[in-house]
Design a protein around this ligand. Structure first.
Ligand SMILES: Nc1nc2c(ncn2[C@@H]2O[C@H](COP(=O)(O)OP(=O)(O)OP(=O)(O)O)[C@@H](O)[C@H]2O)c(=O)[nH]1
Ligand SMILES: [Mg+2]
Length: 239
């Protein structure tokens, strides 16, 4: 039974995942990886399965047509819990999230935290190679989320996090509605509402070099909307 599982959603990430997985497995001999793929046309899932046969400690969840990272992560978290993981990291496939920070995330969770967030906005702004428009949207988007929800977190939209089993069980994954970025906000907000102990640790975020972004206007707008929905749900005692 793996103690630590890293969940990675993929859509057309073959060029990244083939390099990422061997590096990840080297970080920690106890860690296992779970890739959640939504029928990537570039054959990501087949490539990962083949690597699993060769290297071990790799699992694949194959899903139907592309549905966004929210449903992909929910499926991945469920499988990681079934596998018996005590600590579950979520991470992008595109090398945006520094592998070097992985031990730090696990160690903080193991020490005493239920949710550990890799944060781009803690030591100033630690984002590399993002165009200024994208950085501004992200930075002020975070300000908006913080002000509206009261969530005491600098980086609410980051996607590099470590969950203690207990925190994922405290959140009813079936209730989680978000598909895109707002999934990150919604999950942390729900954990906070359940009084989970949350820690932010600084990370250096790098924009992707290989593959294409799945970010869209629709995903951005969903995030603006979801904070209101979460606020109302909480006020009604439904969170
Ligand atoms: N399974 C699955 N994975 C997805 C989906 N959309 C995005 N992903 C993966 O989720 C991770 C984050 O998506 P990205 O496209 O990197 O999104 P982003 O980080 O906002 O965009 P970039 O800044 O361009 O990297 C990547 O590993 C993607 O392959 C989806 O619909 N299904
Ligand atoms: Mg990315």
């Amino acid at each position: 039974m793996p103690e630590k599982v890293v969940v990675i959603p993929t859509y057309n990430e073959r060029g990244n995942i083939e390099r990422l997985l061997p590096e990840l497995l080297q970080v920690d001999p106890e860690l296992e990886v779970l890739v959640v793929d939504d029928q990537s046309p570039d054959g990501t899932a087949d490539a990962v399965e083949e690597m699993g046969r060769r290297l071990g400690r790799i699992h694949v969840v194959r899903r139907g047509p592309k549905q966004g990272i929210g449903p992909a992560y929910r499926a991945g978290f469920r499988r990681a819990l079934e596998l018996g993981a005590e600590f579950i990291v979520q991470m992008d496939a595109d090398f945006s999230h520094p592998i070097a920070s992985l031990p730090d995330l696990f160690a903080s969770a193991q020490r005493e935290y239920d949710v550990v967030l890799g944060s781009r906005y803690m030591d100033g702004i630690t984002v590399v190679r993002w165009p200024i428009e994208r950085l501004l949207i992200s930075y002020f988007g975070n300000y908006y989320v913080r002000k509206l929800t009261g969530l005491p977190v600098r980086d609410t939209t980051g996607g590099f996090k470590c969950w203690r089993r207990k925190a994922l069980l405290a959140i009813d994954l079936d209730q989680v509605r978000s598909n895109g970025y707002s999934f990150q906000i919604e999950m942390t907000y729900r954990a906070w509402c359940k009084n989970m102990r949350i820690l932010e640790v600084p990370i250096i975020f790098m924009d992707r070099e290989v593959g294409t972004s799945k970010m869209s206007k629709k995903i951005g707008l969903e995030a603006l909307w979801i904070v209101w929905e979460l606020k109302v749900r909480r006020a009604l005692g439904r969170l």
